[in-house]
Design a protein around this ligand. Structure first.
Ligand SMILES: *Cc1c(COP(=O)(O)O)cnc(C)c1O
Length: 437
C-alpha cells in the first residue's frame, strides 16, 4: 500500500532554472569532449570513479576514522577508507596517509595547523614565482596568521635559488619551510633545503598538488625520501582521481600522526565528502596498476609538446633545461605585463583549446600576464602520444602564429579529438565514449 501523495507539479519558471543548469552542464561536457583540455590542474576521472562519485555515499557522513565513528551506518565506509589508507601508503610509499581532505588547499590548511602556531615564521615560493595562493598571506598562510618570507628565485632554472633559499632559512629559523609550486616545471632541490631547515629545527612541507601523480609514478622526485616531513596535494591534477586532497608523512611517530589526522577532522572538515573519498580509493587502485605508465607518458608528452611548440616558433621557457620535467609547459606570447597571455588564451578557447593565462618571470599583474601555462596530463589520459603532441603544437601555431580563423581551426581540433574519447590507465579500458556528460 502506498500512502496517498499530493500532486506536485513545478512551475515552469523554477523548472526552467534547473533545466538551464542541466543544459549548461551538458554544454560544458561537450566543450571538453570535443576540445583539448590543457589546464594543468585538471583531469578526467575513470568510468568506475564516475560511477562512485554519483553514488548514495554522496549523502552520508562518517566523522572520525575507520572503527572510531560518531554515527552509525559507517561499517561499509570503514571498509572503503581502511583500504584507501592502506593503498595510499603503498602508492606514495609512506608510513602515514590521511585521505579525507576535500582539496589540496584543505590539506594545506590542515598541515599548517598541525605544524605551526599563529605568529610563527614560514618560508615559501612567492605567488609571482609560481607559488600557490594557499602559500600566501591572502590564503592558508594568512589564515594561520603566519609570518611569510619568500625564497629568492632562479629564473634561468625556474626553481628557488638554492643558496639564497638555504641562507634565508638559516637566517630566519622559520617553523616551516614550505616548497612546491603551481607553476612546477622541475623538481625542487629538496635535500639542500631540507638540510638547512632541519638544522634550525624547521619542518619541511612539500606541496605536491600538481605533481602528485608524477611523484607516485616515480617520474619527478621523491620528496618524502629527500627530506620532506610532510607532503600535501590534490587528488585530481596529475593524480587522476576525483576532486580532493591527500596528507602524507614520512613520520612514524604516532603522536604526530594523530595530530595530522585531527588537523583534518575535526580540524578543518566535518563531512569529508565520502563519495569523493571512495572515488579516490578506486583511483588509487587504478594508479597501483597503471600509474607508473601514466606518469611516464605524461612527462614524455610534456617534453615532446614543448619541443614541438619551440619548433613551430613559439617562445617556450626554460630551453636550457630541456623545457620541462613535468606535465607543464610555459610559453611567452609578448612583452611583460602586456596581457598577451590573456589574448592567446581567448583565441585558443575560440578554437576549442582550453588553457590558462599565467604570469611569467617579470610579470607583475595577474590579469595581464604575458604567458600561458599548458598541461598535457588530460590529453595523455585519453591516449594521445608524442605524435599527437606535434599535431596539437601545429594547431596552436595556426591560431597564434599564422592568424588563422579560430573557428576554422576548431573543426580540426574536434576532428583530432574524435579519435581520443576513451579514458585510459583505468580498469575498464574498453570504455567507449567514456567522457562524463
Ligand atoms: C592546485 C594547488 C593547490 C590547491 O589545490 P585545490 O585542490 O585546488 O584546493 C595547492 N597547492 C598547489 C601548489 C596547487 O597548485
Amino acid at each position: 500500500m502506498h500512502r496517498e501523495r499530493g500532486t506536485w507539479s513545478p512551475s515552469q519558471a523554477t523548472l526552467s532554472k534547473a533545466q538551464t543548469v542541466l543544459s549548461a552542464t551538458e554544454a560544458s561536457g561537450d566543450l571538453y569532449r570535443n576540445g583539448l583540455g590543457m589546464i594543468a590542474s585538471e583531469n578526467i576521472v575513470s568510468p568506475m570513479v564516475q560511477k562512485i562519485v554519483s553514488s548514495d555515499l554522496h549523502g552520508r557522513y562518517a566523522e572520525g576514522l575507520p572503527g572510531k565513528r560518531y554515527y552509525q551506518g559507517c561499517d561499509d565506509f570503514d571498509t572503503i577508507e581502511s583500504l584507501g589508507i592502506q593503498l595510499a601508503k603503498k602508492v606514495f610509499n609512506t608510513p602515514f596517509a590521511n585521505i579525507q581532505s576535500t582539496s589540496g588547499t584543505v590539506s594545506n590548511i590542515g598541515a599548517l595547523k598541525a605544524l605551526a602556531k599563529p605568529g610563527d615564521k614560514i618560508t615559501a615560493v612567492s605567488t609571482a614565482d609560481g607559488g600557490h595562493i594557499s602559500h600566501a598571506r591572502m590564503g592558508a598562510v594568512g589564515l594561520r596568521d603566519l609570518n611569510l618570507s619568500t625564497y629568492p628565485w632562479n629564473e634561468e632554472r625556474m626553481e628557488p635559488d638554492i643558496d639564497g633559499a638555504c641562507a634565508l632559512i638559516r637566517e630566519l629559523e622559520p617553523r616551516v619551510a614550505l616548497v612546491g609550486q603551481s607553476v612546477f616545471l622541475f623538481p625542487t632541490p629538496l635535500r639542500e633545503i631540507a638540510d638547512a631547515a632541519h638544522e634550525v629545527g624547521a619542518s619541511v612541507m612539500y606541496d605536491g598538488a600538481h605533481v602528485l601523480g608524477l611523484i607516485a609514478g616515480g617520474c619527478f622526485q621523491d620528496p618524502l625520501r629527500e627530506g620532506a616531513d610532510l607532503m600535501t596535494g590534490s587528488s585530481h591534477k596529475t593524480f587522476p582521481g576525483p576532486q580532493g586532497g591527500f596528507l602524507l608523512s614520512s613520520s612514524e611517530d604516532p603522536v604526530f600522526q594523530r595530530k595530522l589526522n585531527t588537523s583534518i577532522f575535526p580540524g578543518v572538515c566535518s563531512s569529508y565528502h565520502l563519495h569523493h573519498v571512495a572515488g579516490k580509493v578506486v583511483a588509487l587502485a587504478e594508479f597501483e596498476e597503471y600509474g607508473t605508465a601514466y606518469a611516464h607518458d605524461i612527462v614524455k608528452n610534456g617534453q615532446a609538446f614543448a619541443s614541438a611548440l619551440a619548433a613551430e616558433g613559439f617562445d617556450v621557457l626554460a630551453e636550457s633545461r630541456g623545457y620541462t620535467a613535468s606535465h607543464q609547459v610555459l610559453t611567452r606570447h609578448g612583452d611583460t605585463d602586456s596581457g598577451a597571455g590573456a589574448k592567446a588564451a581567448r583565441l585558443l578557447e575560440d578554437a576549442g583549446i582550453i588553457t590558462n593565462m599565467n604570469m611569467l618571470p617579470g610579470d607583475t599583474k595577474a590579469l595581464t600576464p604575458s604567458g600561458l601555462r599548458l598541461g598535457v596530463q588530460e590529453l595523455t589520459r585519453v591516449g594521445m602520444g608524442t605524435l599527437e603532441m606535434q599535431e596539437v603544437a601545429k594547431l596552436y601555431a595556426r591560431v597564434l602564429l599564422h592568424s588563422e580563423d579560430p573557428s576554422v581551426v576548431k573543426q580540426d581540433v574536434s576532428l583530432l579529438k574524435s579519435d581520443f574519447q576513451t579514458i585510459r590507465y583505468c580498469f575498464n579500458e574498453e570504455n567507449i565514449n567514456g567522457y562524463p556528460f
